[in-house]
Design a binder for this molecule. Structure first.
Ligand SMILES: [Zn+2]
Length: 153
């Protein structure tokens, strides 16, 4: 269990190698979606029991804050830490041909655009509170071309 799965390096770049920590990998379904729900619950429990400080879990890095401000998609859920209503979701895509720091994906059209590249792309979805800066990985998934997969909708 770790919350350090989502960190930026010293130069402010988000690095894929620092995401999706092996310890965080839980249920991976057939579509390659890895959920970090359990790890999130454990983190929140640790916070509740005083084994973690809010400063340890509300530590969104500058780049993540910037992206959350400009590209965050509101989640209909209150922040689990401050109970505020400014919880958003951000998605980053990593893969060949994409920036090393990942590309921020702000809507499904962009996601489909990445899928149609026909190159393996891994996406990481993170929830971020724009009030207290709580942040945690929600899930990661691999984008594949739709040739053999189901069509969307
Ligand atoms: Zn919050």
């Amino acid at each position: 269990m770790t919350v350090s799965g989502w960190k930026t390096s010293k130069n402010g770049q988000i690095r894929e190698s620092q995401l999706g920590d092996a310890q965080d990998r839980e249920a991976q379904d057939r579509n390659g979606v890895v959920s970090y729900r359990l790890s999130r619950q454990q983190t929140l429990k640790a916070l509740e029991q005083g084994r973690k400080l809010s400063s340890e879990v509300c530590d969104a890095q500058a780049e993540l804050r910037r992206v959350a401000h400009h590209h965050g998609v509101a989640i209909e859920e209150d922040c689990p830490v401050c109970e505020g209503e400014d919880l958003v979701q951000v998605t980053f895509a990593f893969g060949a041909g994409l920036p090393r720091g990942g590309r921020c994906v702000s809507d499904s059209a962009q996601l489909e655009g990445l899928r149609s590249r026909g190159r393996a792309t891994t996406c990481y979805r993170v929830e971020v509170c724009r009030h207290c800066w709580w942040n945690h990985l929600q899930e990661s998934f691999i984008l594949r071309s739709l040739d053999s997969a189901d069509q969307p909708r």
